[in-house]
Design a binder for this molecule. Structure first.
Ligand code: SF4
Ligand code: SF4
Length: 149
């Protein structure tokens, strides 16, 4: 699955663009996050691999701006399990597990749309990385301190 960020300006924000794109392209995708008001907004979608180009093109044709958010990568050599990032994450993608190490859930994280933990980490252990367009996969970075689900 690939995550894409849809930005809507005030000219199109009142239009049912998401519904139209789903119906016209017959592709189902998940809405991971949405922040919308009368002046515009942002929507983070999770789109099936292989359908990304079609969906991106469909939203652009309807006047939306589309980008692929950077993903989050943790440098486990730098992390010292301070826990600062845990409480700040708005989607509870980071947690403390039994051995008091930190667990990072890549399925919940919305990437560079948020970036709160990147800015908050005192050890600069969390970074944004570019999505792999060719593989449509994340950088699976697993170790004994910070683990991805
Ligand atoms: S960028 Fe960090 S704080 Fe934001 S959703 Fe992802 S893990 Fe949570
Ligand atoms: S990633 Fe950074 S903020 Fe989070 S526990 Fe490790 S050192 Fe602390």
């Amino acid at each position: 699955m690939a995550r894409i960020l849809i930005r809507l300006n005030e000219n199109v924000v009142s239009e049912p663009l998401v519904s139209e794109v789903i119906l016209e392209n017959k592709v189902l995708f998940a809405i991971l996050a949405a922040h919308i008001n009368s002046k515009g907004g942002e929507i983070v979608l999770e789109v099936p691999d292989g359908e990304v180009e079609k969906i991106v093109s469909a939203f652009r044709q309807k006047g939306a701006t589309v980008t692929i958010p950077k993903l989050i990568e943790v440098d486990t050599n730098r992390c010292f399990s301070c826990g600062s990032c845990v409480a700040l994450c708005p989607v509870e993608a980071i947690s403390v597990i039994e051995d008091l190490s930190i667990q990072f859930n890549k399925e919940k994280c919305v990437g560079s749309v948020c970036n709160i933990c990147v800015d908050a980490c005192p050890a600069r252990a969390i970074n944004s990385i570019r999505y792999s367009n060719t593989e449509n996969t994340r950088n699976n970075h697993t170790h004994n301190k910070l683990r991805e689900k």
